[in-house]
Design a protein around this ligand. Structure first.
Ligand code: NAP
Length: 280
């Protein structure tokens, strides 16, 4: 039976550490780190994420600002706000909640965020830094996934790691972080032939697809570490992952639940990244 990797508990411990760091940074520099979250429009899921991020910032004692803009905000107005936040010495981290309304070019907005305030690590400069092995801000969800794997005590060196999903925000950066730890990494996606044959090789299996129950117990190597990034809503509105927990849990060595796995870690790592931006 798989042991549960408790993302909620690990996230709470990290936020507690951040709280202590905020106190000591304030003593040292005379001000607290400040995270500014920008949301455009009324997307209900985005509003929940943004609320949770601001709540976490408040828990750690850091300053937070919420810039909530109406759906019809122009791209130029949003870029103007980003420029003002870039220039504001009281703001350390800027997060623009995605997705943005269709009339706004997301790439342009992300590119406009100052590299050293890019708490999400989505700016091309930080993406390049990650792939070139330079000091950079690592995206929150991938960084949180590595912390979850580390909490099992597994050494990744020489292990087979399979990542299902190749998005720029999860799949690809997770693959690079696993590679940096000397795992042998396979990236699977929608065109992968015989996905089960690939995932059964995995000592560590990270699934970031967005399809409820895609991974079933017969696709998992016995004893594997199984990280479920998926956040899907069932017909009854219940939050569920990409992994069929009931059939995978008896096979896996370690497994993250949904909710309570990767989700809380993403927020904890956002706090860690804000501290990092402050120090920069
Ligand atoms: P995305 O951009 O939609 O990418 C999905 C990936 O899954 C693509 O690479 C796609 O392959 C692949 N895929 C689709 N169907 C597949 C199949 N049947 N078999 C194998 N691969 C398949 O997704 P994302 O932004 O990475 O997010 C993935 C999931 O993670 C979503 O549920 C999202 O809500 C969740 N998420 C959670 C957090 C968190 O904090 N917990 C953070 C981010 C995302 P192709 O490239 O070939 O199309």
């Amino acid at each position: 039976m798989g042991q549960i990797i408790d993302g909620k508990a690990l996230s709470a411990a990290i936020k507690e550490e951040v709280r202590e760091q905020v106190l000591s940074l304030e003593k040292q520099y005379g001000r607290k780190p400040c995270l500014c979250v920008v949301i455009v429009g009324e997307n209900p899921a985005s509003q929940v994420y943004v609320r949770n991020k601001v709540k976490a910032a408040a828990f750690t004692g850091m300053e937070s600002r919420l810039e909530a803009l109406p759906e019809d905000t122009s791209e130029a107005a949003l870029l103007e706000l980003i420029a003002a936040l870039n220039a504001d010495p009281a703001v350390d981290g800027i997060l623009v909640q995605l997705p943005l309304p269709k009339h706004i070019d997301e790439e342009k907005v992300i590119d406009a965020i100052a590299l050293d305030k890019d708490v999400d690590g989505f700016h091309p400069g930080n993406v390049a830094g990650l792939w070139l092995g330079k000091d950079c801000i690592v995206p929150c969800t991938p960084a949180g996934i590595l912390r979850l794997i580390d909490s099992t005590g597994l050494s990744l060196s020489g292990k087979q790691a399979v990542v299902v999903g190749r998005s720029n925000i999860v799949g690809k950066p997770v693959a690079k972080l696993l590679l940096d730890r000397n795992a042998t990494v396979t990236l699977a996606h929608s065109r992968t032939a015989d996905l089960g044959a690939v995932t059964r090789q995995a000592d560590v299996l990270v699934v970031a697809v967005g399809r409820a129950g895609l991974i079933t117990g017969d696709m998992v190597k016995p004893g594997a570490v199984l990280i479920d990034v998926g956040m899907n809503r069932s017909a009854e509105g219940k939050l569920c992952g990409d992994v069929d927990f009931a059939s995978c849990e008896p096979v896996a060595g370690w497994i993250t639940p949904v909710p309570g796995g990767v989700g809380p870690m993403t927020i904890a790592m956002l706090m860690v990244n804000t501290i990092r931006c402050f120090r920069k």
